[in-house]
Design a protein around this ligand. Structure first.
Ligand SMILES: [Zn+2]
Length: 463
């Protein structure tokens, strides 16, 4: 089997460069941006603060009146907070309006005007926790890839890491080299813009499709895995040529049995499978303000055997962002309801008075509580007896799905390591999605990384 080269990073970086460089003149003429520029004469760009009260971005003014944007955590928050010169990215872009507005008291504003001084813009307090972010950043180590940590019942993003990273303090100095180096796409936020084959994490949706199409029979599913399945000229292997033997649906899921899931794929009405995936926002924009890429799901009733068998196990032409996989996992953890992911907890004045607060907002119910419960049970089995048993040693319960996503790039064949899952299974606290590029199997790399993030969460927030 040959899997198609999967990254569109080259395309993405081309796009970022296009927006930032070629469209700069046009954007500056745009009325909204002109208004922002006018605000820069009146306001000093406000601060961005973490949920645990640390400064993530602030502007200091030198004796000569020069305004310098500082990022105390440097590379740790580089993509999600972003930068504010050479174009804007991340929250610096999406919260730009709030940072260059002020709800300071009329008295303060009059005083500033009398002194011919600028007023401090409002502060944006984000949902990201600096301690958890730092732990996730450390956990990903030297891998390229991404981590998303979110609360399934609110949609709050608590951590979002992307590597390779950069130091936003020196964005102007490194700009020329990062925009011309298309091979590593340093500026790309892989958590929201990186498109990867989902590998076996996608079996969550294949399972859901099968449960819906065979509502009474899916519990009777039986399959005898011999590690290999050949239909016409297409052969699917179980990872590492494992022979899983006799399985029901739950054990096939827990072992991540490829041949069982390719068989399921062949039984599905793939037009219905296509609709289901689009309900889960494949081929659609995500309900979030941060820049992100649109995932891809092409399978339908007219697809070939090969496409059906590979797509059912998360290969084929399917591509997804880590954020979307976190949202799908959150839907399971949250009893079937997908929440809109969000990053801004509240806006406050420079001296700390709350101006507005974000209320968690539901996107939609995407599965019944019964469907969510069954998937949660299968994901728990993965930790109990399947590919994520390394998560079973801690003082929290966990559920999840691993993925080992094969890809081919310039003749090089590699495997991305995935894990998606949640902790405290009876009342889930945290969803974590991890992808370590070229990290091998999900079990060996992504699972231990996720374990570190869960552990950090409980040491910060308690049980
Ligand atoms: Zn198998």
């Amino acid at each position: 089997m040959t899997y198609v080269f999967v990254f569109v990073f080259l395309l993405m970086i081309g796009y970022l460069g296009y927006i930032n460089i070629w469209k700069a003149d046009e954007l500056n003429k745009n009325a909204y941006n002109t208004k922002q520029d006018a605000n820069m004469d009146k306001y000093i760009r406000g601060s961005i603060l973490s949920s645990d009260g640390n400064v993530l971005a602030q502007t200091t003014v030198t004796d000569t009146g020069e305004e310098i944007r500082e990022y105390p955590y440097a590379n740790v928050f580089s993509h999600v907070i972003g930068y504010a010169s050479n174009g804007k990215s991340g929250l610096e872009a999406s919260a730009n309006h709030d940072l260059l507005s002020s709800h300071a008291s009329v008295l303060t504003q009059i005083q500033d005007e009398a002194d011919q001084e600028k007023t401090m813009g409002d502060s944006v307090v984000v949902t990201l926790n600096a301690q958890l972010q730092s732990a996730a950043y450390e956990a990903l180590g030297s891998y390229n890839g991404a981590i998303v940590a979110m609360e399934p019942d609110t949609g709050k993003i608590l951590a979002m890491v992307s590597k390779p990273d950069f130091d936003p303090n020196s964005i102007e100095e490194i700009w020329d080299s990062v925009v011309t180096d298309s091979s590593s796409s340093v500026l790309l936020n892989r958590a929201t813009q990186g498109l990867y084959p989902p590998g076996s994490t996608f079996k969550i949706l294949t399972t859901l499709a099968y449960m819906r199409q065979e509502p009474s029979d899916f519990r009777k599913f039986q399959y005898d895995c011999t590690s290999k399945l050949t239909v016409e000229d297409v052969t699917i292997n179980c990872y590492n040529n494992s022979v899983h033997g006799q399985e029901d649906l739950k054990s096939a899921f827990a072992h991540s049995c490829n041949t069982a899931f390719s068989t399921i794929g062949l039984e599905l009405d793939n037009d219905e499978f296509h609709s289901l995936c689009e309900e889960f926002l494949f081929n659609k924009s995500l309900p979030t303000k941060l820049q992100h890429s649109t995932s891809r799901f092409e399978l339908d009733g007219s697809s070939s055997y090969g496409e059906v068998m590979t797509t059912a196990i998360g290969q084929g032409n399917t591509l997804v962002t880590p954020l979307q996989m976190a949202m799908i996992t959150s839907t399971v953890a949250n009893g079937g309801i997908m929440m809109k992911p969000y990053y801004v907890d509240r806006i406050q004045t420079h001296d700390g008075n709350t101006v507005s607060r974000t209320k968690p907002s539901r996107y939609k119910r995407l599965m019944t509580t019964e469907e969510a419960r069954t998937l949660s049970e299968y994901m728990q089995e993965t930790v109990k007896s399947g590919t994520a048993t390394a998560l079973g040693w801690y003082d929290f319960t966990a559920a999840g799905k691993t993925g080992s996503a094969e890809y081919v790039s310039n003749g090089y064949e590699g495997t991305h390591s995935w894990f998606v899952g949640f902790s405290n299974v009876d009342n889930p606290d945290l969803v974590v999605a991890v992808i370590a590029e070229d990290g091998g199997t999900g079990s060996e790399t992504a699972v231990p990384i996720a374990a570190q993030v869960f552990q950090a969460y409980y040491s910060i927030y308690g049980h």
